[in-house]
Design a protein around this ligand. Sequence first.
Ligand SMILES: Nc1ncnc2c1ncn2[C@@H]1O[C@H](COP(=O)(O)OP(=O)(O)O)[C@@H](O)[C@H]1O
Ligand SMILES: [Mg+2]
Length: 324
Amino acid sequence: MKYVYQMFIFFIIVYQSLFSGARERLNKLIYTSEKDNIQLLSLIKHNFTCVSIIKDRRGNKYCVKQIKDSRAPKYSDCKLIIESFCSYIAETVDAPINVTEVIPKSVEFIGKIIEDKIASLHTFAHGRQLNKPGPYHDLNIRREFLQLINAKKKGLLSQKVKEKFMVSIITEMSRHYQLPIIVALDTFVGNRDRGKSNLFYDQRNDKFSGIDMGQAFRTNLSQFIYKFFVSILDNLSVQLNNSELKALVLYRDTLKKLLRKNKPEFLIELLDEIIIKSKIDLSSEVLSNQIKKYKENIDKIYISANELAKILDKVIKKQLVFRD
Ligand SMILES: Nc1ncnc2c1ncn2[C@@H]1O[C@H](COP(=O)(O)OP(=O)(O)O)[C@@H](O)[C@H]1O
Ligand SMILES: [Mg+2]
């Protein structure tokens, strides 16, 4: 009975996300005759990735993405599936990430230029990519993130140097209210690819938009960050300013919300749904091993993210004591 109830709730959630807002528009374009009114605007080729920019009859822009990596053809399909999967997770905390749906191999679509491969349809990220000159051009979340990870790897760094790393990433996050949400999402899904080209800033609306989550669920970022905090917590003496503390609290709260709304059993069912919808060939051993690995990582990363949320409580508590 409990199982039936859980299944019922699961289908309601999937149904709601399939047919609401941006996701509904993407699904209508993929599965109805609306796709006959699409116009191809341009094509971006980027290493192994082909991105077509298209426009519907109302003038809304979208991207169609395909990956042709001859070194790992099966893995490239997984990347698009993982991107779509992450965009569902992003919706649970309203993280500003492009909404993505998989276009199955068998479905014809304008902008799908590599035959006989799946593609993905993405909402368009407005504004300017951060690798181009403009506001927030100097923002570098990825560099700060990697410094944090390397600091742990080197192990021998002094408390002072580690505290400097910690403050530098929190300072970067405190520059805009959406950044702690994006960084918390990247932590939760283990995406270490938030380089400048994967983040857009729309100055007119003062909004960020992240793209490209294909590397997610391969690195346990939560575990790295958790271990980093373990190594500095006892002697923590650095004091964050108000906006830094606010950013850290939002990062922790978003992580907790992600943990509440994305239990591993739910995520694994969601991933299976997307895989079935994509109609990829599941008889391939390479592919099924890859999927198995993703599912193992979902479990591992969830446990680490939970530990991370708890140690963040302690870090924040210490900061509040410093203020008294
Ligand atoms: N949703 C999107 N909105 C706007 N531009 C996009 C979007 N997705 C991809 N692009 C463009 O296509 C390029 C390559 O896409 P990306 O998903 O980052 O693939 P890669 O894995 O090759 O980095 C991006 O740098 C960006 O210029
Ligand atoms: Mg990219």
